[in-house]
Design a binder for this molecule. Structure first.
Ligand SMILES: [Zn+2]
Length: 357
């Protein structure tokens, strides 16, 4: 079945993890044997051949670069200008993949429809097809001024999550608190003018509610699970889920183990002993569907290889191609064929067609 994955940090893996994503995952991991500079070395699960193998023909792919002020203990760039430059390097990698015929940027309804026809054309081999990607920005720190947002729109940026972890320049994110303030409000207004999708993921609670109030455009949450099942400010409360459903949002289920099962300890817990399987994602899906009364507001936003690998993934996932196990698992849990199509691609597609009408 065709799949859309609404959150992958592909360029970050290429440039910060030094992974040539044109290669099979096995080759990427072999080359990392002996490296220990990152916790997930040798444990990659994502590459372009694996996306094709899993019939994941459209992804939302990020640019990501944080700014950190002197008092911010998180890792990041010491100026917004450096963060901007980092995102421009990431853009250059996506452009190079396009030149190589490995990827294809999707920016509007026409390119979306053309890509789907090409991807789903059974007369040409899937292993030669470019993976479609919609460019998004995770954390807006790198947007030096609103003029830069307009420039980013011109090179194809179509979704922005104002926040990531910690205090951001435009919005406090996960593990932080407070208002988006004047700058955040101005960012939202400019996003609205440009018809950029708001990604509500990572906004702290206060900013989340402000953003929904201040922003009248299309809202999604690219990779977010449920707070009732795993208590953490990074997850959505039932009230937040309700508000997103009212805005006709789609929420992408994430496959980061700590967000799937309670009690996960980073660097210590093991997916198998914690019983973290793909099926656990369906608990989060079920919860959202119960609130919505239908299956129209969930999708996949796997976040795989988002600074974690196999050590922090469902144990029954070897590579991202194993997302193809989801239809059978969903069926076992009582989802019908139409629900399953909605979840794997239909809901994201409906959302995009509406946002880009
Ligand atoms: Zn994230």
């Amino acid at each position: 079945m065709f799949i859309i994955d609404a959150h992958l940090d592909l360029s970050m893996n290429a440039l910060e993890w030094n992974r040539d994503l044109r290669k099979p995952v096995k080759d990427i991991n072999e080359r990392e044997l002996g490296l220990s500079d990152k916790p997930d070395r040798g444990k990659a699960v994502v590459s372009l051949p694996e996306l094709r193998k899993g019939n994941i023909g459209l992804v939302v792919a990020t640019q990501i670069a944080r700014f950190v002020a002197e008092d911010n203990p998180l890792r990041g760039w010491h100026s917004p200008e450096q963060a901007w430059a980092q995102t421009q390097g990431q853009l250059a990698w996506y452009r190079t993949m396009e030149e190589e015929g490995e990827m294809k940027q999707i920016t509007n309804r026409l390119s979306l429809e053309e890509h789907l026809i090409h991807w789903n054309d059974p007369t040409s081999a899937i292993n030669t097809k470019p993976v479609g990607y919609i460019l998004s920005l995770e954390g807006a720190d790198s947007i030096i001024t609103l003029k830069h947002l307009e420039r980013a729109y011109q090179y194809g940026l179509r979704a922005v999550g104002p926040a990531h972890y910690g205090p951001g320049r435009y919005a406090p994110g996960t593990d932080a608190m407070g208002s988006m303030g004047k700058k955040g409000k101005e960012l939202l207004k400019e996003m609205e003018r440009l018809s950029i999708i708001l990604d509500a993921t990572h906004l702290c609670d206060e900013s989340f509610w402000e953003a929904l109030k201040w922003f009248q455009g299309s809202v999604w949450a690219s990779h977010n699970n449920v707070r009732t099942l795993v208590e953490h400010n990074r997850q959505f409360s039932d009230d937040q889920i309700k508000a997103l459903i009212e805005r006709d949002a789609v929420i992408g289920g994430a496959l980061d183990a700590w967000m799937m099962v309670p009690g996960w300890i980073r660097g210590k817990s093991d997916p198998r002993t914690m019983n973290c399987s793909l099926d656990k994602l369906i608990d989060h899906y079920d919860h959202i569907c119960q609130i919505a009364g239908n299956s129209l507001h969930i999708g996949i936003g796997s976040d795989l290889d988002g600074a974690f690998g196999k050590e922090q993934c469902p144990f029954d996932l070897e590579t991202i191609a194993d997302l193809q196990k989801l239809p059978v698992l969903l069926k076992k849990r009582g989802y019908n064929d139409e629900d399953i199509e909605n979840i794997l691609w239909g809901n994201w597609l409906r959302f995009l067609k509406k946002a880009w009408k």
